[in-house]
Design a protein around this ligand. Structure first.
Ligand code: GGG
Length: 353
C-alpha cells in the first residue's frame, strides 16, 4: 500500500461508448470525498483514434505514466471494426497494461444485499458468492505471436500463440497466494493442464510457489469445470488465480452470478502499487450516450484505486458502503431491472456517502 504525501494525480481515460458516462460518475464520487486529488483527462481507444489516428496517443501514455493512478472507462467502437488490428481501440488497453507492466488483475465479485432477484442463480447459491478472480494480464494469447496466413490448401488461417514463461506464472501465482492470505486462505488455480503445455507449466510453477505459502489451501481446477462450478456452487471459491483468457471469460460469467456486468470493478496492478482501475464491462455501444449504463462498476473501481494505489482504505470502504446502501434502497439501473439513469444512480451513491 502506498501513502501519498502530495496531491495524488488521477489520470481519467474515459474511452468509448458508455466509458465517459460511467467514469464521470466515478469522478463525482471521488471529488465528493474531500481528498487531495487532482484529475487530468485524456482520450483513449476509438475516441483517441478518431482524434489522432492512434488509439493510445503518446500524450495519453505519458499522462498514464505520470499519474499516481488511472481510472479507465472502456474501449471498443463499431466504427473502428474494419481497422487493422494495431489501430483498433482494444489495442489501447492492451498497450497500457503492457507499457505499465500491469500484470495482476483483481476482479472481486460479491452479491450485494437485495440483489438476489437480479442474479442468474438461485438466491441461496448467489448469497454465498464472495470471491476474487486474479487474472494474469501481460501474457497468454493476447500477447503471443499472432497473424493471418494461408495454408497449403489455400485456406485463410488465423493464429494466436498461447505462451507463458515461468517468471510470468510465478509473479501472478505470488499475487494469488498473497490475496488468499489477506482473505479466507483458499486459492484455486484454474488451468487446462490436461490439454495445454502452457497450463502444465502453469500448474508446476503454482505448486512450486505454494511451498512459500503453507497457510494457503491450494487446489487446481480445469477451466471447463471451473465454469460449471461457478454457477453450481460459487460459494466454494475464495481466490481464483488464472491466465489472461480464462480470467477474462470467467469474470464475465461471475458478474452475472452477482446480478450484472455493470457491478464488477477491477484493479490492474504492477509490482510497485501503481494501478489502472476499470469496470470489467466493455463500451456497450448499443446503449452509449443514452444515460442507461450502470456506473457502479466504475464507482467501485474508484474504491479499489483508493485502497490499492492511494493509501486511502477508509475512503474506499465509504464508497463501497455507499454503493451497497444505494442498491439496498432500491436504486437500480436498467441492467438490474430498474429505471435509474446513470446520473441518478451516481446521485444515489453520492447521497449515501
Ligand atoms: N473496461 C473494460 C474494457 O474496456 N474492455 C474492452 C476490452 O477489449 N478488454 C479487453 C480485456 O479486458 O482483455
Amino acid at each position: 500500500m502506498v501513502t501519498m504525501a502530495h496531491s495524488s494525480l488521477i489520470a481519467i481515460l474515459p474511452g468509448d461508448g458508455i466509458g465517459p458516462e460511467v467514469t464521470a460518475e466515478a469522478r463525482r464520487v471521488l471529488e465528493a470525498l474531500g481528498l487531495d486529488l487532482a484529475f487530468e483527462e485524456a482520450p483513449v481507444g476509438g475516441a483517441a483514434y478518431h482524434q489522432t489516428g492512434n488509439p493510445l496517443p503518446e500524450a495519453t501514455l505519458d499522462l498514464a505514466k505520470r499519474a499516481d493512478a488511472i481510472l479507465f472507462g472502456s474501449v471498443g467502437e463499431p466504427s473502428c471494426d474494419a481497422l487493422a488490428r494495431h489501430l483498433r481501440p482494444e489495442q489501447a488497453i492492451l498497450g497500457l497494461r503492457k507499457e505499465l507492466a500491469l500484470f495482476a488483475n483483481l476482479r472481486p465479485a460479491k452479491l450485494f444485499a437485495g440483489l438476489e432477484d437480479a442474479s442468474a442463480l438461485r438466491p441461496e447459491v448467489a448469497r454465498a458468492i464472495d470471491l476474487l478472480i486474479v487474472r494474469e494480464l501481460n501474457g497468454d494469447v493476447y500477447f503471443g505471436e499472432k497473424g493471418m496466413r494461408t495454408t497449403d490448401a489455400g485456406l485463410r488461417q488465423g493464429y494466436d500463440l498461447m505462451s507463458y514463461d515461468e517468471g510470468e506464472v510465478r509473479r501472478i501465482a505470488i499475487a494469488g497466494f498473497a490475496a488468499a492470505q489477506r482473505r479466507r486462505g483458499k486459492l484455486c488455480s484454474v488451468d487446462k493442464a490436461n490439454v495445454l503445455e502452457t497450463s502444465q507449466l502453469w500448474r508446476d510453477v503454482v505448486i512450486e510457489v505454494a511451498a512459500d505459502y503453507p497457510d494457503v489451501a491450494l487446489s487446481h481446477m480445469y477451466v471447463d469445470n471451473a465454469a460449471m462450478q461457478l454457477v453450481r456452487d460459487p460459494g466454494q471459491f475464495d481466490v481464483i488465480v488464472t491466465g489472461n483468457l480464462f480470467g477474462d471469460i470467467l469474470s464475465d460469467q461471475a458478474s452475472m452470478c452477482v446480478g450484472s456486468i455493470g457491478l464488477l470493478p477491477s484493479a490492474s496492478l504492477d509490482e510497485g502499487g501503481k494501478g489502472l482501475y476499470e469496470p470489467i464491462h466493455g463500451s456497450a455501444p448499443d446503449i452509449a450516450g443514452q444515460g442507461k449504463a450502470n456506473p457502479c462498476a466504475a464507482i467501485l473501481s474508484a474504491a479499489l484505486m483508493l485502497r490499492h494505489s492511494l493509501g486511502q482504505p477508509a475512503a474506499a470502504d465509504r464508497i463501497e458502503a455507499a454503493v451497497a446502501s444505494a442498491l439496498a434502497a432500491g436504486h437500480r439501473t436498467a441492467d438490474l431491472g430498474g429505471t435509474c439513469s446513470t446520473k441518478a444512480m451516481g446521485d444515489a451513491v453520492l447521497a449515501a456517502l
